[in-house]
Design a protein around this ligand. Sequence first.
Ligand code: NAI
Length: 371
Amino acid sequence: MATTGITHTVTLIPGDGIGPEITRAMQTVIAASGADINWEIQQAGEASFEMSGELLPQAVLDSIRSNKVALKGPLTTPVGHGFRSLNVTLRKELDLFSCIRPSQSFHGTGARYEDVDIVLFRENTEDLYAGIEFEQGSEGVRRIAEVVADLGAGDIRDDAGLSLKPISVFGTRRIMKAAMDYAVANGRKKVTIIHKANIMKHTDGLFLRVCREVAAEYAQSAPEIEVDDWIVDAACTRLVTNPELFDVLVCPNLFGDIVSDLCAGLVGGLGIAPGANIGDDFALFEPVHGSAPSYAGQNLANPTAIMLSAVMMLRHLGEQNAAERVHKAIAEVIAEGKVLTYDLMRMRYGTTDGASSTQEYADAIAERIVG
Ligand code: NAI
């Protein structure tokens, strides 16, 4: 098998809920690809909290910092005060500023569209997701309301809560550059900036202006890449009616979160939506979906999203050949339509009768790769 022959040590966080079973299924398939991956297993989330009282032990961050590349299953964020999302924490700690979410059709899913090929770049560190929030009734709200009133910028009601929306030139430049570099390297035709600049002039307006400035810097070296922009609400309608109009999208954090789920829906849902969080120094690959606790431990969940996240990881590691073979085998098994997890079965045939388990589906893909 044509692999690089290099052993890659990768931090693997199986995660919570369906995490461990989809992770095992993913490992079966990656082992069949011939890529030499030395998985360094680390626990975070509920499993780790029960053992050590820590949701994100320092050892996990140390392992990722040392290996530079990680793959993770979903992590449950316990509901309640004081628990910040682990995913947001990981992205901030490792400065994984670029969240890449491809939505590509697989023939035979029974999804609404068969010809979607969209790659969304979501800024991962700023915007309303920055976590700068003030509780209703707090000193923070009172003082900010005073400043806003003093500046004549508006009234904030006494009983309001506040989330701040910082969007910087620095943060915008690097996400737009990442999207443009990806478009050039992957022979893409168009990059579309998604925003609400008509209303939020100093945040989304800045995002649009800076993205356009970055695009202008590529005009000489990459004249083949068209850059346009859409207001987010109009873009959502257009994505649903004419997804073929879109190619690479670049979004501020919150719109990126929402629009990427919309794009996942176009091609068949969360079960097949992969993702990557990339910074200058580290890369963390993960499915878009959560821990789906009601399916945990039943060997039913669809492992395609984490397998496709592992395909993105293989490409990142330079294992193109192994990546393409895994991708092709997944596409073939879905197209054949015999061995499918319950969600794929329901989408294609309208019933879950005859659905395969998580591991049976993985075994069918692994056989296809080696056979
Ligand atoms: P979820 O994505 O876990 O589940 C929503 C629904 O999507 C499930 O009921 C199931 O029907 C379906 N689904 C998701 N993944 C599937 C798969 N692989 N195969 C088949 N069906 C699948 O979202 P939910 O219920 O909002 O969140 C549950 C937990 O996951 C929460 O604690 C949340 O914080 C966490 N979460 C973690 C994420 C991460 O680690 N990146 C992302 C999103 C949520």
